[in-house]
Write a protein that binds this ligand. Sequence first.
Ligand SMILES: Nc1ncnc2c1ncn2[C@@H]1O[C@H](COP(=O)(O)OP(=O)(O)OP(=O)(O)O)[C@@H](O)[C@H]1O
Ligand SMILES: [Mg+2]
Length: 397
Amino acid sequence: MSHIAVKTLRYISELTGAVPSDVLIGGSGARVIRLRSSRSDGDDFALKFLSEHDRVVDGHDLPSFRRKIIRQHRLARDLPGVYEPIAMEGHGDDHSWFVTRWIAGSELLTARRFAPPSPSATIMESLPQILNSLAVLYSRECVPGHAEYVREVYLGRVSRRLSYLLEGLRGTIGRDDVLSCCGSVIGSPAEVLQLIPATRGSWIPQCLYYPVHGDLNSSNLLLVDSCDRSFRLIDPGSSERAKDLLYDLGKLVFSVSFFDLLRRRPVVFRTAVNKGSGRLSISMSIEEGWRRVAAHDTCELHRALNSAAGYQRLLDREGAWERALVFVVACHALAESACRLSHARICAEEGRDMLSSALACLAYGGHLLLRHMETADGAPSSVFDAAVEFLTLCRGG
Ligand SMILES: Nc1ncnc2c1ncn2[C@@H]1O[C@H](COP(=O)(O)OP(=O)(O)OP(=O)(O)O)[C@@H](O)[C@H]1O
Ligand SMILES: [Mg+2]
C-alpha cells in the first residue's frame, strides 16, 4: 500500500478505535480494508482507497471513483437500508477514500468463492425475492427508452474498451488475428466488433429505470439474513443515468456464469496462449468441480429469474428481452476484457494471468455473439444455455 494509504488507515483507525484486518484488492486497483472494532458491541468499518494510476481503462480512474462516492451519497439517501451512508471521506491531488460501516453479511456466492465447490442451494433460493425487491427499487423512476441509449451505453463503451484492449495487447493479438478458444473458432477482434451491432438487432429498451446499481456482480450483493432474504448493495457503478432493466441482470449473469471463476484464479482456471501466423489459440481448463458449480449456478439463476414474479412483470414489458440479454451479457464480457488488462498494469505481479483473463473474457463474449447469430432464425436463444455451452467447451481444455 502507498504511504498515503497507510497514513489514512492509521488516521481512520485512531478515529474509530477499530483495527485494520483484511485487505481486499479491488477490480479497479482500489484497496478495501476492513477495520474491526475492538469492542464486542462496536461497529466494524470498510475503508476504500484509490490512488491515481496512469493508463487505466475508463471507469477505473480517479474521477470515476469520485463520481462513485457522490453516487453512494445519493443512493444511501434514496434507498436507505439498501446502501450504507458514507461516514467519512477524503481527497488529495492523486487519491480519494471513503469509509462506510462494514455490513455483516456474505457475498451472494461467498461459500462458492472461497471454499471447495459444494452446492449451497439456500443462497440461490434467496434470489427470486431479491430480484423482486430490486424490481420495486428500479420502478422509482421509469422513462421511455430510445435508440441513442443503446448506442451510447453499450456500443460506445464496448468499442472504446476494445480499442484500449487491442492497444494494450499489441504484439499479442492484432485486429485481424483469428482467436480460437478450446478448439472453437471465435474470430478476430475486428469480426467480433462487427458482430456487436448485428447482434443488437433492433433492440430498444422500452423503459429506462432508476439506476439502482450499475455493476451488479455477485460480490456487490451482500446477503444479510438468509431467513428473511434481506440484502445490501455495495460498490455501485459511477454513472447517474437511468438504465435499462437488462444492464444489472446482464452483469449478474456474466458474474455467476464466468467472471467469478476468473476471480478464483489460479486455483481453478488455467489458460495457455499459443500464437502462430495470424492465429491465436487459447486453451482454458477450469477445474472440474468449479466448472460444474458455475454451470449449476447459471441454471439456478435462470430458474430464480423465471420464478421472480415481480421482476418478470417488468421483463414482460420489454418484449424479446431474452435475445437482447445475450447482447447485453456479451457487451459486459467484452468490456471486462479491457478491465483485466487495465488491472494487470497496476498489479504487476498478476500481469501474466490477467492477460489470459482478458483473452478469456474476449472469448466468452465472442462465443455469446456467435451463438446469438446462429439462433437469429427465430429459434429461442438463451444466454444461460450459451454460457453453459461455453463452460462445457472449457472442460479439461
Ligand atoms: N461495507 C462493506 N461491508 C461488508 N463487506 C464489504 C464492504 N465493502 C466491501 N466489502 C467486501 O469487500 C469486497 C470488495 O469491495 P468492493 O466491492 O467495494 O470493491 P471491489 O469490487 O473490489 O472494487 P472495484 O471498485 O474496483 O470494483 C466486497 O465484494 C465485499 O466482500
Ligand atoms: Mg465490488
